[in-house]
Design a protein around this ligand. Structure first.
Ligand code: GLN
Length: 451
C-alpha cells in the first residue's frame, strides 16, 4: 500500500485519481497485517485497489466524472465495492473516467482527461488511455494500483485494458450486482476488474461477483474459483474466428496480432474454426440507439435538486434547466438528446423497437456460433491508443472504436482483453476472448494461454 501511495504521488500528472484516500488505505492495510499475523487472512487482504468513480463509496465523494455530481458523497456502498472490502482489499482512491461512462478516450471527464502512461518510443505525444474506465487502466498500468474496478457498457473495460497493455474482463451480464453503481445503460452495464495478469483479474472478479437481491438482474449462480482456470490448457477447445470481424480498412498490425494469437492457441492444442456472426455490421448503430435511450431515462434524475450541483434559477423549471445545462458535458447532452428522440412517440417503433429487434438477432448470432466453438477470438479494438484530442470533433469516429466490443455487450456475454503484442510503433495491442454466457472459466482458460 505504501509503495502504491508513493507511486500515486509521483504520477499525479496522469490525472488518473480524482480522490486519493491515503489515511484510510494505511489503516486498512494495518488491519490486514494484523489479521495476517493472527493467521486469519481474508482472500484479498492487503491488496491495494483503485475504484472507478462510477461506484458509490460511502463517505467518499463520487462524481461519475460529471460536474452535476460535484460534492455528492454517498451514504451507502455499492455491492461490488462492499464485496471487495469484505474480502480485505484496501481502497487507494477513486479513479477518473469519461463522464457517466460515455466515451472511449477519457476525454469527456469534467475533471480533465487521463493520460496513458505509454508513449510511442521516441515521441512525447500524450496518448489516451481509452475509456470510459481510463483512470482505472492508466492507474494499473502505471503501478498506481495493483488492480482496479471498471464498468463496461460497450467496451469500457476491454478497450482501455488493450490501450494500456493490461488485462480487463467484463463478466456475463448479471454476474456483478449493479446496485450502487451509477447507471448509464442498465441493460448493458456490468462491473469487472483490471489487473496486470489474467489470474489477478480472476481472483478479483470472484470477490466482486455474486447474487444480490438488491439488483433485479443479478443472477443467482455459484461463483467458481476462476483462478483454477488460469492454467493455459486449451487442448481440444474450439476457438471461433468471426469472418465478419475482418473489416475493410483494418490496419495490418491488428490483423497480424490476431493471426498470431490464433497461431498461439493452435500451437497449444486448440482447434481454430471460422464462424459467422452475420449481424455484426448492425451492432454499432444498435448500441448507439439502445445505450442513449437508456441513458436519457437514467439521467433524468439529475435535476439539480437531489444530488450534487444546483444552479440558480428564478423558477423551479429554470433551476432544472440551468443545473442540467451547467452540470452535463457535451457528450452526455448529445446522448440524452439522441435517447429522448429515439424514445419519443412517433419514432419509438422506427428506432428503439427496431434496435431491440436487431439486438435479439445479434444475440442469436452468438448462440448459433457457439454451437461450433467454445470461445471466440477477436481484436479488442481497431487501433492502438490514439493521441489526446484526436476524434473529439468527430463523434462517429469515436463510436467506431467500439466496433469489436459492442456486439458481446448487446448479447450480455463475458469478454476479456489480454495484451498480445505491440503495434508497429511500439504501443500495446489487445486480443479479446468472448465466451458463452456464464462461461468465464473458458474465457480465462484461453486468455491465460495467450498471456
Ligand atoms: N465507448 C462506449 C460508449 O461511449 C462504451 C462506454 C462504456 O462501455 N461505458 O458508450
Amino acid at each position: 500500500t505504501e509503495a502504491h501511495l508513493e507511486q500515486m504521488a509521483q504520477h499525479r500528472s496522469l490525472n488518473a485519481y480524482l480522490v486519493e484516500t491515503p489515511e484510510r488505505a494505511l489503516n486498512e492495510a494495518r488491519a490486514s497485517d494484523e489479521r495476517r499475523a493472527k493467521g486469519a487472512a481474508k482472500p484479498l487482504d492487503g491488496i491495494p485497489l483503485g475504484i472507478k468513480d462510477l461506484f458509490c463509496t460511502k463517505g467518499v465523494e463520487t462524481t461519475a466524472g460529471s460536474k452535476i455530481l460535484e460534492g455528492f458523497v454517498p451514504t451507502y456502498e455499492s455491492t461490488v465495492t462492499a464485496n471487495l472490502w469484505r474480502d480485505g482489499a484496501v481502497m487507494l482512491g477513486k479513479l477518473n473516467m469519461d463522464e457517466f461512462a460515455m466515451g472511449s478516450s477519457n476525454m469527456t471527464s469534467a475533471y480533465g482527461p487521463v493520460e496513458n502512461p505509454w508513449r510511442r518510443p521516441g515521441s512525447n505525444a500524450k496518448l489516451v488511455p481509452g475509456g470510459s474506465s481510463g483512470g482505472s487502466a492508466s492507474a494499473v498500468a502505471a503501478r498506481m494500483a495493483l488492480g482496479a474496478t471498471g464498468t463496461d457498457t460497450g467496451g469500457s473495460i476491454r478497450q482501455p485494458a488493450a490501450f494500456c497493455g493490461i488485462v480487463g474482463i467484463k463478466p456475463t451480464y448479471g454476474r456483478c450486482s449493479r446496485w450502487g453503481t451509477i447507471a448509464f445503460a442498465s441493460s448493458l452495464d456490468q462491473a469487472g476488474p483490471f489487473a496486470r495478469t489474467v489470474k489477478d483479474t480472476a481472483i478479483l472478479l470472484r470477490s466482486m461477483s455474486g447474487f444480490d437481491p438488491k439488483d433485479s438482474t443479478s443472477v443467482d449462480m455459484p461463483v467458481p474459483d476462476w483462478a483454477k482456470d488460469c492454467v493455459g490448457n486449451v487442448k481440444g477447445m474450439r476457438i471461433g474466428i468471426p469472418r465478419q470481424y475482418r473489416m475493410d480498412g483494418m490496419p495490418a498490425e491488428i490483423d497480424r496480432v490476431w493471426t498470431q494469437g490464433a497461431q498461439w492457441l493452435r500451437d497449444a492444442g486448440a482447434e481454430i474454426v471460422e464462424i459467422d456472426l452475420p449481424h455484426t455490421k448492425y451492432a454499432l448503430p444498435t448500441y448507439y440507439v439502445v445505450a442513449p435511450a437508456e441513458c436519457s431515462s437514467n439521467l433524468a434524475r439529475y435535476d439539480g435538486v437531489r444530488y450534487g450541483l444546483r444552479a440558480e434559477g428564478a423558477s423551479l423549471t429554470e433551476l432544472y434547466e440551468n443545473s442540467r445545462a451547467e452540470g452535463f458535458g457535451a457528450e452526455v447532452k448529445r446522448r440524452i438528446m439522441i435517447g429522448t428522440y429515439v424514445l419519443s412517440a412517433g419514432y419509438y417503433d422506427a428506432y428503439y423497437l427496431k434496435a431491440q429487434q436487431v439486438r435479439a438477432l445479434i444475440a442469436r448470432d452468438f448462440t448459433l456460433a457457439f454451437e461450433k466453438c467454445d470461445a471466440i477470438l477477436t481484436p479488442t479494438a481497431p487501433s492502438s491508443a490514439f493521441a489526446m484530442g484526436e476524434k473529439m470533433d468527430d463523434p462517429i469516429a469515436m463510436y467506431l472504436n467500439d466496433v469489436f466490443t459492442v456486439p458481446a455487450s448487446l448479447a450480455g456475454l463475458p469478454g476479456i482483453s489480454v495484451p498480445a503484442g505491440l503495434s508497429d510503433d511500439g504501443l500495446p495491442l489487445g486480443l479479446q476472448i468472448l465466451g458463452k454466457p456464464f462461461d468465464e472459466s473458458g474465457v480465462f482458460r484461453v486468455a491465460q494461454a495467450i498471456e
